[in-house]
Write a protein that binds this ligand. Structure first.
Ligand code: UFG
Length: 340
């Protein structure tokens, strides 16, 4: 397996994965419409890889364009990242999410079938578990109805892929259920570039630390957790990227058709603990206030990652502090604020 089509390959997780794919000897081919990333990312990926990366500025909902890529290259497998990912926006505009996230997967799958490409790694999310009863949450836990259209698109896409396996015995799927990706490449050449006000905790913390934002609001301090704030499993984006390399190796070497894996560290971290880790690595104190709960937040979730460790031969290497340090270095590399 050599040429891997990476949809959304210029995005946050996609860009880090492209670098790890090159490091592992694969040839990634990017298709990205840059709806939530910038073409500059590509230059930095190329700097890190010391080579040119084949890329197409196209939308993967466009089957004609996809077909052309499959004609130009002998694709062995696909990693499908391309999707919208803002939970709040998905509540306001569900059709946008259903159309893009489900539609793009269907387009990719149709074209894969035409070219007899049978291996896909899909970006899923721990959001499929909702608030699990037992923690850490394992892959066998019940999937309960998602509490946002975004989360529901992940559940539907998982089901579409599982249904396809039933109809085509040659078809092989890995579902990676990501926990909370944070951090940036240690080189600070690539990282997360949230457009506008960040929704996620760590970019908000680093932007506040850098003076781009006045203060961070901690969404809820009255939860039934260690310090009253929500608990998540924050995974370094490079560790997450490496899980995709392992997933491709699994597809190549295993006889099974379906692999479902949690990709997290196995550690639950509260919002206040995340803030403390930031304060330590930045040697500063963060301006934050405790505010109201955010609608839709689950109280606490962290991964059982033993299945990924055993079957994918994958392990998270970076600590929370290292991830924060890389997030902070990346933030500082962005310089002064230029937009809201
Ligand atoms: N938080 C704050 N203040 C902020 C931002 C976040 O206190 O300004 C808190 C949240 O309330 C939550 C924690 O920080 O307790 C983490 O929030 P994020 O928004 O960073 O991440 P989420 O866990 O809400 O969401 C992530 C992904 C989604 C995915 C979801 C699944 O961003 O794509 O996990 O649980 F669907």
């Amino acid at each position: 397996m050599r040429k891997i089509l990476v949809t959304g390959g210029s995005g946050y997780i996609g860009s880090h994965t492209v670098v790890e794919l090159v490091n592992a000897g694969f040839e990634p081919i990017i298709i990205d419409n840059y709806s939530n990333s910038s073409p500059e990312v590509l230059q930095n990926i190329e700097k890190l890889c010391h080579r040119k990366i084949t890329h197409y500025k196209e939308d993967c909902n466009n089957e004609e364009k996809l077909r052309k890529i499959f004609l130009d290259h002998q694709i062995s497998g696909v990693i499908h990242f391309a999707a919208y990912k803002a939970v709040g926006e998905s509540v306001e505009n569900p059709l946008k999410y259903y159309e893009n996230n489900i539609g793009s997967l269907i387009s990719v799958l149709k074209v894969m079938a035409e070219f007899s490409v049978n291996s896909i790694v899909f970006s899923s999310s721990c959001t499929v578990y909702g608030q699990p009863e037992n923690l850490p949450v394992s892959e066998e836990s019940e999937i309960i109805k998602a509490n946002s259209p975004y989360g529901y698109t992940k559940q539907v896409c998982e089901q579409i892929l599982i249904d396809l396996i039933q109809s085509n015995p040659k078809f092989k799927v890995v579902l990676l259920r990501y926990f909370n990706p944070i951090g940036a490449h240690p080189s600070s050449l690539i990282g997360e570039l949230p457009i506008g006000i960040p929704n996620n905790l760590v970019p908000f913390i680093t932007q506040t630390g850098a003076g781009w934002r006045k203060e961070l609001t901690v969404f809820g301090a009255d939860y039934n957790t260690i310090d009253g704030t929500c608990v998540r499993d924050y995974i370094h984006v490079v560790d997450l990227a490496n899980a995709h390399v392992k997933a491709l190796e699994w597809l190549q070497n295993k006889d099974e058709n379906l692999g479902v894996f949690n990709i997290g560290t196995g550690n639950g971290v509260s919002v206040l603990q995340a803030i403390k880790a930031f304060e330590k690595v930045s040697n500063s104190s963060l301006n934050y206030v405790k505010g109201k709960r955010r609608a839709g937040d689950v109280e606490q979730i962290w991964a059982s990652n033993t299945k990924a460790e055993k079957e994918l031969n994958w392990k998270a290497k970076y600590t929370l502090e290292e991830a924060m340090e890389h997030a902070w270095k990346w933030q500082l590399s962005l310089g002064r604020k230029t937009e809201n």
